[in-house]
Design a binder for this molecule. Sequence first.
Ligand code: GLA
Length: 748
Amino acid sequence: MSIRFEEKTSTFTLHTQNSTYQMQLDPMGHLLHLYYGRRIGDGNNFHLYPTADHGFSPDFYAAQAVRGSYSPDVLPQEYPAANRGDFRVPAADVVNAGGARGAEFVYAGHSVQAGAYALEGLPASFGEDCETLTIELRDTVLGLRVQLFYGVYEAQDIITRAAVLTNESGEPLTLEKAASACLDLPFGKWDLIQFHGRHAMERQPERTHLGRDIRRVGSVRGASSHHHNPFVILCEPAATEDWGSCYGVMPVYSGNHCTDIEVDYNGSTRLVTGIHPDGFRWHLAPGETFTTPQVLLCYTHEGLGELSRHYHRFIRQSLCRSTGTQMSEVLINNWEATYFNFDQDKIYAIAQKAASLGVGLMVLDDGWFGKRDSDTSGLGDWFVNTEKLKGGLSPLIEKINALGMKFGIWIEPEMVSEDSDLYRAHPDWALTLPGRQPILGRGQLVLDMSRPEVVDYLTDCFTKLLSENHIEYIKWDMNRNMADVYSHALPPERQGEVFHRYILGVYALMDRLTSRFPHVLFEGCAGGGGRFDAGMLAYVPQFWCSDNTDAIERLTIQYGTSFGYPVSSMGAHVSACPNHQTGRTVPLGTRGVVAMSGTFGYELDLNKLSRKEMSLVKKQIARYQSYAELIRTGDYYRLTSPLEADFWHGWQFAAPDASEALMNLVVVHPQGNPLPLHIQWKGLDPDGVYKIVRCEFPGVPEKLPAHTWAKEITGQKFTGAQLMYAGQTLPQLYGDYPSAQILIKKTR
Ligand code: GLA
């Protein structure tokens, strides 16, 4: 039993293998948060909170006899509401039909069930290895019920939270804010790690110390965004990859999200996470229910690396519903090879060459449908452009299948071009403000996914596409952020619901298509990684990491992404050089090493490579296939940070049973008289004996001594302790961005 309720003190204690989460009901029935951190016993932890007089922090009415000693402002609360004496960031902000703002929730019951809970219309983790605690709270004045869900995954060290609010009164209520969770940390000084970025430079980690203010990580763009990923870490200032207290907070949500972290005047830290309150106003009619997104909490005292590995396993095992045929084939995508300029012969020529080198999946990107010769037209018209693809899709797919390859295709369901049959037929299906010219992004408009008929229409389009053609992979793109957020179908009092209803529509469409076509591998995309979040990963096992395919820039992007998300979810391709985004040239071998830390593929015209390069591609594919399982399911270790000025960047995979491991590194600052490069392995069995099975230095020019060193070390044996604690010193790695890949296997 991971959930315990001690009746005498009204204390709930939730245990995972390495963490404890504790709450208590106070005598008035408020649900207080007592502790979340390293595993301790069941003993009550109320003593952690200050109860002395704190001037100007008002008291509960019932506590007036002991004035100054019992204020909501210093109480840790599981679901605090605004305007009732707690001046910190609230979880809920509720207004009644008469305009009175304020809510106060008190205990009304609880229950414990085996298994995970589901959330109506929203993605959520699943599994039998979970126990769910539901605590019911009520505000009897408003007639508002709140159910707080706690999913305890004991073995995985993850606790999930969500809230469901139901209007039990006879009058409408307005939710100005309804967060998923509040977390009060009464003691400790914390660093915040967040993942900011921009198009083509997503998820750049930034670590700052929290002071006495409110820090906000969020998006109001209608998508989780390139700019602020919905994942934050709080860690103790001394925490490293291998040591220290760390909390992870990951909303399972793809729309406007917001995580506020406040350090109050007492020095306690409060974190509130959920849907962004800006642009949100939910009209909760009598009898209606509002469900917040889920949030995945993780605590470890073993550092940032362990925190990441917990999330990686959890997302793979307990969040991602459809893994399809993930990573069984290496793919080739024609985008950077042709952009919009292709016909069936060009695509077939790319496929033919790719098949001969071992590629198993041909993906046809943007431009195959409607009148789509550039990004100014055609979105919404999901029928094949027979001027480009004579005879339609099926003859091309048949020819590609005959090469022994699968076929995949790009779609962007949520968008519409002004110049499209769909927009001409249904202008009111786009988000536009009455009486104003629309704001365009990439020349396109956003469909109103809050309208059920739009979702039904798209369901029919893509059901037809997938039923009539032998398509085994879909790249689901979304290429602009939202403005003019107004639905022509909703009444005035519901316009504040459009952002969230949009995402519910997207999830409904994803749910229908992924469950109707379980054999199809879906990959998410949003101008690269603009919606790379746990909400999407519930439906698609992988997401195009970034439109930036430069191998050196990808080191930072993939490094940042790895803090929360598994390598198996990162779309990564080898592209042409000079790179189309940066103009940089990196050796093909090194481009391969970097793309192998993801769902390895190619995005260039292989026909344009030299014979030598083609044979290298063939070898790369064979290598990747032999490493794929270790990369997909192995434990991931960050060895260096590309943000710190070092001349190399390294990362490593180790099989969960420590039977094998793969070391990867790239020299990012080639030097004269290069310094020796010393590596220390991680995640091995110290007493095991490991053999160097393969040692390669891609990108180091042939005939240099490093290759002789590699030959000599291959076959040699070392103990796990030697490799981890003494490590290895590599030879000088000359060249333009050379790299290393070393595979070891346990022999006994
Ligand atoms: C986005 C994607 C690219 C490509 C283009 C097509 O930018 O991230 O990979 O699919 O759209 O228009």
